[in-house]
Design a binder for this molecule. Structure first.
Ligand code: UT7
Length: 336
């Protein structure tokens, strides 16, 4: 388990920005594409609709828009950003990194950065890496983005996966805390590669480079053993959340706002129940976005800001679970 960080400088989130493409894919649309029903999707997942990028729109486009909104909300210029970290499993291409494309389009001259691949935990893993750049004193403004165009790797003939995911992006700015502020407090992360083949995209990498065979075998799409992922997600998100709470002498009941990865409404409510988290403190917006992989947590932050649940001083718990497996829990005070 990760050790409790010792920090003289702390990092805080100082602004949030999100972007989803305008085009909607509803459950009624999916009924026309695969053998499914609005009722099944809503009952089993909580999803009503998801946003889908148009042809030619890539992850860097969504990420750049989210970053622009974030900068506008903070009231600073792109040239003030010193590093850009992008959590994504659907980069525009293998290289250059999405972070480079975003840097150029934003006009963040002088910044450095990279992409981080941790599937649905990409955003909170990047958040911790970004926080370390602030805590070390190396930087004062780091942009952390979670963005994915999941529609680019979905098999729209496979009803077990295509109904789950959507496209979107969310960005936060990290800065050092001011006097008296707390910001990011602690995190517990874990990866478990033994779960790798329960949720993955087998083709297109160095093991199975794209070929007519990999395409014929549909290896360029997401493959998932839904039941296995479901059970592990609930158990591990609760376990790591409990671990980070316990070592900070807190219980789930003391958390003001729980922002979990949005993969399935039933996973969220089962996790929240294990943590004895009151329902009204659990942020759920999967109905309107589906599972946007790297973007779910910043999108849920924006939802909680809009509905008033995220305000300065609130104690916030983030939790994620994704392909890999990758699992994470982060504790912070909201500081704006
Ligand atoms: O982002 C992180 C990773 N992803 C997740 O966390 C996702 C985790 N898994 C899940 O959310 C759920 O397992 C699913 C939503 C994928 C599936 O729900 P489930 O309740 O576990 O269903 P199931 O796989 O046990 O399937 C139950 C039945 C099956 O039919 P039979 O064999 O009982 O006749 C499936 O074929 O539901 C069928 N089914 C569907 N029916 C209508 C599966 N997908 C669909 C569908 N529409 N889209």
């Amino acid at each position: 388990m990760t050790l409790k960080p010792r920090m003289s400088v702390r990092a805080k989130i100082s602004a949030v920005g999100t972007y989803v493409p305008p085009k909607l894919l509803t459950n009624a649309d999916l009924e026309k594409m695969v053998a499914t029903s609005d009722q099944w999707i809503q009952e089993r997942t909580g999803i009503r609709e998801r946003h889908i990028a148009g042809k030619g729109v890539a992850t860097s486009d969504l990420a750049t828009e989210a970053a622009r909104v974030c900068l506008r909300n903070r009231g600073i210029e792109a040239t003030e950003v010193e590093a850009i970290l992008v959590g994504t499993v659907t980069p525009d291409m293998f290289f250059p990194a999405t972070a480079c494309l975003v840097q150029d389009r934003l006009g963040a001259k002088g910044a450095w950065g990279f992409d981080l691949s941790a599937a649905c935990s990409g955003f909170i893993y990047a958040l911790q890496v970004g926080a370390k750049l602030i805590e070390s004193g190396a930087h004062r403004k780091v942009m952390v983005i979670g963005a994915d165009v999941m529609s680019s790797i979905l098999d729209y003939t496979d009803r077990t996966t295509c109904i789950l995911f959507g496209d979107g992006a969310g960005a936060v700015l990290l800065e050092p805390c001011e006097e008296g502020e707390v910001g990011l407090i602690d995190f517990v992360h874990e990866i478990d590669g033994s779960g790798g083949q329960s949720l993955y995209m087998p083709g297109g990498g160095s093991l199975h480079p794209t070929s007519p065979e990999t395409i014929a075998e549909r290896m360029h799409y997401v493959h998932q053993e839904g039941g296995a992922v479901f059970k592990t997600a609930v158990r591990k998100m609760a376990e790591l959340s409990e671990a980070v709470l316990e070592r900070n002498d807190l219980t789930g009941a003391e958390v003001d706002c729980f922002i979990p990865h949005q993969a399935n409404r039933r996973i969220i409510t089962a996790t929240a129940e294990r943590l004895a988290m009151p329902e009204e403190r659990v942020v759920i917006n999967i109905g309107e976005y589906g599972n946007t992989t790297g973007a779910t947590i910043p999108l849920a932050m924006a939802t909680a800001m809009e509905d008033g649940r995220l305000q300065k001083g609130k104690l916030v718990l983030l939790a994620s679970f994704g392909g890999g497996y990758t699992i994470g829990a982060t504790l912070l005070r909201w500081e704006f």
